[in-house]
Design a protein around this ligand. Sequence first.
Ligand SMILES: C[S@@+](CC[C@H](N)C(=O)[O-])C[C@H]1O[C@@H](n2cnc3c(N)ncnc32)[C@H](O)[C@@H]1O
Length: 375
Amino acid sequence: MPDAMPFPDATPARSPPEWRRRWTMWRNRVLGSRTFQHWAARLPVFATVSRHRAARAFDLVAGFCYSQVLMGAVQTGLLDLLAKGPCDADAIARSTGLSRDAATRLARAAAALDLAEEVAPGCWMLGQQGAALQSNAGALAMVRHHTLLYADLADPIALLRKDRSEPTALSTFWHYATEAEGETATRYSHLMATSQEMVAREAMAAYPFDRHRRLLDLGGGHGAFIKALAPACPALELGIFDLPPVLSGAASLPARVALHPGDFFATPFPQGYDCMTLVRILHDHDDDRCMQILRSAREALPPGGRLVIAEPMAGVRGARAMGDAYFGLYLWAMNSGRPRTASEYAAMAREAGFTRSQSLRTAMPVITSVIVCSY
Ligand SMILES: C[S@@+](CC[C@H](N)C(=O)[O-])C[C@H]1O[C@@H](n2cnc3c(N)ncnc32)[C@H](O)[C@@H]1O
């Protein structure tokens, strides 16, 4: 039975202080005034800010189109093609299977978004954003995977109205991925593994895992995190806990890695590990299930042991759009889980029996934040 939880989104709403209400009303009236907008765009100091705001507003309006240009550039192989060298519209058309006109339109759109660069009239190479993305297999896998998310978001109101009561494209994918044997489990674990490298790098930079003797990665999939950790911590004994069909696909693991097939919600976690990691696990689960995982980890860890939680979190300065807008809707569409703030995790960890939680800084909170819990 799910516990009655004190944490969820149902935190009682409070009214803002009167000054805050008045100030926000006034500010919004001014910013929404056509006269103010007209003058602000022309006054020397205001002009830069106002142009920047206008561009941001347009990005919000047009963001879906930009994402589809990126999807087109990835799925047609345009980014891969441009990585090889300069191409004109005919070469792009031949390689992508588009007409010459369509190829030109896509290349120009990609150039406007810095995915491509027109290095001579009618001739394109990779742009700066394109170069960064094209070399990042994890980001490209996520872009391709977004076809499912966009299918669910085609009618966002309908998605929100369903209140997570009906299957969605994303929930079906994740459901089969964790329940099914074979091809789907492999496809899902591959997606996770390719996007794992950046997360592992950030987590390892934030926390000294080599201070431990034995580490268990809970929900470790095919072992991408463990494989990243192993060379950096040669003395660490390692283990992975995951569902049996997922673990059966794990390959090329170092000999010192023990596999523990099991289910978070039915199998006690193995004992004897002084560090456990939850990398991109908890945000996938609703609060009751999240508490079950935290309690099981607390029971299996010895006093002084550490639970390291690494995932993108909500309410992080500089990464709020990712936490609350992207993951908020992604996890809604998945019909499970929610992005949480570090203080929500600290409260949940306390409830599970941990007495200390510490948030560690990461250089790229858009990729992951890190919290360490102990008792
Ligand atoms: C989002 S993936 C994260 C994988 C990996 N930690 C990473 O960051 O790449 C979630 C992982 O949790 C595992 N998982 C999901 N439900 C589980 C359950 N009930 N018991 C054990 N593992 C589970 C999945 O098989 C998958 O490997």
